[in-house]
Design a protein around this ligand. Structure first.
Ligand code: ADP
Length: 378
């Protein structure tokens, strides 16, 4: 697996019962997965020679992030290394411009969008969407097409004057209408090279300051009709783009009952962490199976409700005290910490809770995450 973050750490964990030799390419020895994996290569994934050296002896290569240059992946494939997902699929998770163009081509509902060249062009894009209500079409969302994550590389702009910053990096900029959504959903599926696919229940994902905070599985009060539509959409995208492994389709649910695709991730995803404790087969275990072209595991939930809350680094680095409190209070709680240094705002772990009563399950997860973070003290 290329990348040494928490996704690699948890994918490695899922490979252990299968006796899979797991090798990672990590930026530093301190990265989450580098601390635990048996074979660790420290190196730069942007360097083709490093990638080639890393790939030697690997049966298959997969990723914990989407930042490996597409041309390097093509070079690895040309060397005969199976790359899953392959570059032609992965480019849709790497480049938001390519993703929007392709999804529109295959008739997948997306927010109104186009590539914009400068602030004046942003104003023109806004004007094209100016409503009958007399509005000027602002606010507009601007996104750098590559390199963004956790809300970085995304700007909400209310005027032409505010639209300068996104162009400073010299990366193409995608403009999107600001969708008036009621909530964000994620439709997560896993697909194998054989073409077998499984769909997890559609979840609700709540963000705070652009970072995923809480995931509820299944999404509360989502109709069977909409949930089925979202799952079918994700399965269709995976088939059309020939995705291998876990695919997260981030969705907006609009007030008038539509679902629009926000973005795609072709790797295990934060919106699927609940599956570790809440589904028969976790996203990590199924990603491993898919990448190895093994039959996929049952994606169904184990409990009526599962809630995942991220633990963000706060001012409370004493994890032992946190564990004492949380484990004593809630014996069913599942804690997953990533071995990262605690820094304010950084995702350092998550908790999963499950049960029959959503309010109670939510309260337990929030309490534990808040306590571990240091925002709740009793
Ligand atoms: P990232 O690559 O950082 O995950 P996203 O494209 O998912 O970037 O955007 C981050 C967040 O910004 C989304 O989760 C959503 O809350 C908000 N957002 C993104 N695009 C839109 C849009 N077109 N309309 C409204 N909100 C949006």
């Amino acid at each position: 697996m290329v990348g040494g973050g928490q996704l690699a750490r948890m994918t490695h964990e899922a490979g252990i019962p299968l006796g899979i030799r797991f090798k990672i390419l990590s930026d530093t020895p301190q990265d989450s997965a580098a601390q635990v994996a048996g074979e660790v290569v420290i190196g730069d994934y942007r360097d083709l020679d490093t990638l080639r050296e890393f790939a030697r002896g690997c049966d298959v290569i997969t990723f914990d992030h989407e930042h490996v240059p597409t041309e390097h992946l093509r070079a690895l494939e040309a060397d005969g290394v199976p790359v899953r997902p392959g570059p032609d699929a992965l480019v849709h998770a790497q480049d938001k411009g390519v993703m929007r163009a392709r999804l529109s081509e295959i008739g997948v509902p997306c927010p109104r969008h186009r590539i914009v060249t400068d602030p004046a062009d942003v104003a023109a894009f806004a004007a094209e969407g100016a409503g009958a209500d007399g509005g000027d079409g602002f606010p507009v969302i601007l996104k750098t097409v590559r390199g963004g994550y956790d809300g970085k590389g995304v700007w909400f702009v209310r005027s032409e004057a505010e639209a300068r910053d996104p162009f400073l990096a010299g990366v193409p900029v995608l403009a999107e209408e600001k969708v008036d959504f009621v909530r964000e959903l994620a439709a997560n599926i896993v697909r194998s090279p054989h073409g077998q696919a499984v769909a997890y229940p559609v979840v609700e994902s709540r963000q705070v300051d652009g970072v995923c905070d809480t995931v509820i599985a299944p999404a509360p009060e989502l109709s069977d009709e909409l949930s089925g539509r979202a799952q079918e959409l994700a399965l269709r995208i995976a088939r059309e783009l020939d995705v291998t492994g876990h695919l997260a389709v981030e969705l907006f649910e609009t007030r008038d009952g539509r679902i629009l695709v926000n973005e795609l991730a072709m790797r295990p995803h934060n919106s699927g962490h609940w599956t570790q404790d809440g589904a028969v087969t976790s996203q990590f275990a199924n990603h491993v199976r898919a990448v190895l072209d093994l039959p996929l595991g049952d994606p169904r939930p184990r409990a009526p409700w599962t809630v995942m809350v991220n633990v963000l680094g706060g001012d409370y680095p004493d994890m032992y005290q946190g564990y004492l409190h949380c484990m004593a209070r809630d014996p069913q709680l599942k804690i997953h910490m990533y071995g990262k240094d605690v820094k304010p705002g950084r995702k350092v772990g998550h908790v999963n809770t499950y049960g029959d009563d959503l309010d109670e399950v939510l309260e337990r997860a929030r309490h534990a995450a808040g306590y571990l973070r240091g925002t709740i003290v009793e």
